[in-house]
Design a protein. Structure first.
Length: 374
């Protein structure tokens, strides 16, 4: 199954210098997970820059230079297993990685697209991957909504992308967090003078005004849609062939019904190559308010914590109990969590947390449990 890494030439990957501004580097990317190789003036390899790290790991600063946000990727060689490369891509949120020789010099790039193209040719694999594929629930807003409102919704709901629809509910665009940031960040002088076919709305520093723009004014990329009735393996093949980041599933009326992202396909491929035993995790949703997608997010958080703690403690079971308080409009106003860990000797420890947001509440509970078990 593992036929080796499909390595591509470095010449196909954009490059920049450590002293370049972050905005200059961002202008060379087309997505949040694209790699840019960083070389110094003597052509010595310095690391990798990508939008996800620059924009989403902490508040972006338009005055930063590339050297402040570049990373050193894991040591990948021609002999590294495909499953290990996919795992690193998922961990870093970076879908192309440099491949090194014995002297730690990059000799090429390996991308998620090239790996998936190779794997999907194997008929048994293509059948199995669909069983591990997660279809995300679409998060929908009107295309006339303001950037300000959409940005707030994305942050509050921890979403990476949002679907824009017209007055009849038909899909007109898909907007990611990078699109919103790029619409309001100020450009460098070089970016001002660029001439291409893409809309540039970040040419001035009046970003407060830009927040009032309608969402449809920054929808510069055509949205890729596919009928929900299409076979899953065909949907995966479509996404790999035209790697736009995400495909929007629609019904016969062009209303969005789901999203298949490149990340979900990478995860499905990784899980197909490395089947795991079910983790001893229990999530109890007392008020039945957590969506299936949000539950998977929580399972990821608990699973990562469980794997980290396994080297220090023998854990038999980890249980998260989620309760919610409502306001008069029957909207959740406060989350109340109890996180309990059980040990083989039949002892247990627990922490309780209250927060206005669910994901930060779980993070806080895991941190408290960390401290309790230290």
């Amino acid at each position: 199954m593992d036929r080796g890494l499909p390595i591509q030439s470095l010449t196909k990957t954009p490059t920049c210098a450590p002293t370049d501004s972050v905005l200059t580097a961002l202008a060379k990317t087309s997505g949040s997970h694209d790699a840019i190789i960083v070389f110094d003036k003597n052509d010595n390899y310095q690391g990798v820059f990508y939008a996800y790290k620059a924009l989403f790991s902490r508040p972006p600063n338009r005055n930063e230079v590339v050297s402040s946000v570049l990373i050193h990727t894991p040591y990948i060689t021609k002999k590294t297993a495909i499953s290990e490369v996919l795992q690193q891509m998922l961990t870093l949120h970076l879908y192309s990685l440099p491949v090194f020789d014995a002297e730690d010099v990059p000799i090429g790039m390996v991308s998620a697209q090239s790996i998936l193209e190779q794997l999907i040719q194997n008929a048994p694999f293509s059948e199995k991957i669909t069983g591990n594929l997660t279809i995300e629930e679409p998060f929908v807003v009107k295309e006339t909504a303001s950037i300000k409102n959409v940005y707030t919704v994305l942050r509050r709901n921890r979403k990476s992308r949002i679907i824009a629809v017209d007055n009849k509910g038909r899909v007109t665009g898909i907007i990611g967090r990078r699109d919103l940031y790029m619409a309001i960040l100020s450009p460098t002088k070089k970016m001002r003078l660029r001439h291409n076919d893409k809309k540039q709305l970040m040419f001035d520093k009046e970003w407060i005004t830009k927040l009032d723009y309608e969402l449809k004014t920054i929808m510069t990329h055509p949205v890729e849609t596919v009928l929900e009735t299409k076979q899953l393996v065909r949907i995966i093949q479509s996404l790999i062939k035209e790697p736009t980041g995400s495909l929007v599933l629609v019904n016969s009326s062009q209303h969005p019904t789901g999203i298949v992202s490149m990340r979900s396909v990478i995860r499905a491929a990784y899980e197909t190559l490395t089947p795991k035993k079910p983790l001893p995790l229990i999530i109890t949703d007392r008020k039945k308010v957590i969506s299936a997608f949000r539950k998977m997010e929580l399972e990821d958080m608990l699973g990562n914590w469980y794997h980290k703690m396994q080297s220090r403690h023998a854990i038999e079971k980890l249980e998260l109990i989620v309760d919610a308080l409502y306001n008069p409009k029957h909207q959740v106003k406060l989350w109340q969590l109890t996180l309990q860990v059980y040990f083989p000797d039949r002892t247990s420890k627990h922490v309780t947390v209250k927060d206005f947001l669910l994901r930060p509440a779980v993070s806080h509970a895991l941190s408290k449990l960390d401290h309790l078990l230290a």
